[in-house]
Design a protein around this ligand. Structure first.
Ligand code: DNO
Length: 348
């Protein structure tokens, strides 16, 4: 296992120096942020991320994300050229020493929450999701503000892209994903890069849009589309764990050798499709983080892990879910679990 930490580039208040001071961080997880989805990343920009990381004793082996433009997910006439650009990015990242690329295939919206600052009695706050609130929102009328997408579209742009999805069924989305994988995975194989799809967050359809990377059965179908090691997963515990029907430990055992990246975080279920994010330890939420970490160890996981969203604690403000303190505590906790599990397994 190699512990990593997400870094959002020069504008991230959590600097590389701060990340380098967290014990046992091996690599940053980053991306080129100034090229719109679908564009080709310059070799200079990729090299700059790597050089800056190395100046702080960190590697740059994981990208999150190379975003998949909507035209590819829609499978329209622009898709073939954009898939070619995507392949070029994978080649360039491989040349620069990147070994794992996280991406998702969620139409229009990435991760979705109904609240950004759910207060806890201890004074911390975290992201929360309540299906009732989400169902009462109208994304086109803009009656909500959510991270991950509300800055990305104008109201007209959002209306337009939503209307393009009106006739896209789940099966069509599967076809468009297959067309993408059949081109990209062989290139990733040549480039020495493992592709790691991120599950849909939350793992069910929203606003009438199809979502397909949601559960064991669908992940099995996904992995078979191109049955190569490079066609793999980001195992995001908070995303998959939002659906109480997903048995995370069983899924790790089942998909073990295809998991290249793990996002570890805990959530507390408070009702049907209602949850909020908590600190990482098992006792703080509804997910068995110890059991999940042990399952990864048991299947011989040697990919990348990062602590996922943290709460905002100690008065920190910043990018929701991506502050320094709680994620650093999460990394330390997971590293501690791993050391203990590893030593015990060797009888030490
Ligand atoms: C949120 C993240 C996601 C993730 C993308 C991967 O915190 O886990 O935004 O980066 O879905 O493509």
């Amino acid at each position: 296992m190699k512990m990593t930490f997400r870094h959002y580039g020069d504008s991230d208040p959590v600097s590389l120096e701060k990340i380098s001071q967290i014990p046992q961080i091996y690599s940053i997880v980053s991306a080129v942020y100034d090229v719109p989805a679908g564009g080709v990343w310059s070799r200079e920009s990729i090299k700059k991320i790597k050089d800056d990381a190395e100046k702080h004793g960190l590697k740059f082996e994981v990208v999150e994300s190379v975003p998949v433009p909507e035209d590819i997910k829609l499978g329209n006439e622009n898709a073939p050229a954009l898939i070619e650009n995507y392949c070029e990015n994978i080649r360039r990242l491989g040349e620069a020493g990147v070994k794992c690329v996280c991406y998702n295939f969620m139409p229009v919206f990435d991760w979705l929450r109904s609240e950004l600052e759910r207060k806890s009695s201890d004074g911390s706050n975290s992201l929360a999701y309540d299906e009732n609130t989400v169902l009462s929102m109208d994304p086109v009328k803009g009656s909500l503000s959510l991270p991950g997408w509300d800055e990305s579209y104008t109201k007209e742009g959002l209306k337009d892209v939503l209307s393009q999805y009106e006739n896209i069924t789940e099966e069509m989305l599967w076809d468009n994903l297959a067309a993408f994988l059949k081109k990209v995975i062989p290139v990733a194989h040549e480039a020495g890069v493992n592709m790691a799809i991120h599950p849909d967050d939350p793992p069910w359809g929203i606003f009438g849009l199809p979502r397909i990377i949601t559960n064991e059965q669908n992940i099995e179908r996904f992995l078979k589309i191109v049955d190569m090691k490079e066609n793999g997963l980001t195992f995001c515990t908070g995303s998959l764990g939002a659906d109480v029907n997903n048995d995370l430990i069983h899924m790790i055992h089942k998909f073990g050798d295809r998991i290249h990246f793990a996002h570890i975080r805990n959530i507390k279920h408070t009702g049907y499709r209602q949850f909020h994010e908590t600190a990482h330890p098992t006792s703080c939420g509804s997910l068995d983080i110890y059991g999940i970490t042990k399952a990864l160890h048991d299947v011989g996981f040697d990919g990348y892990i990062r602590p996922d969203h943290g709460r905002m604690i100690w008065g920190e403000t910043g990018r929701y879910g991506y502050g320094l303190y709680d994620r650093a505590l999460g990394a330390a906790y997971i590293n501690g679990l791993w050391e203990a599990i590893d030593k015990l397994s060797r009888g030490e």
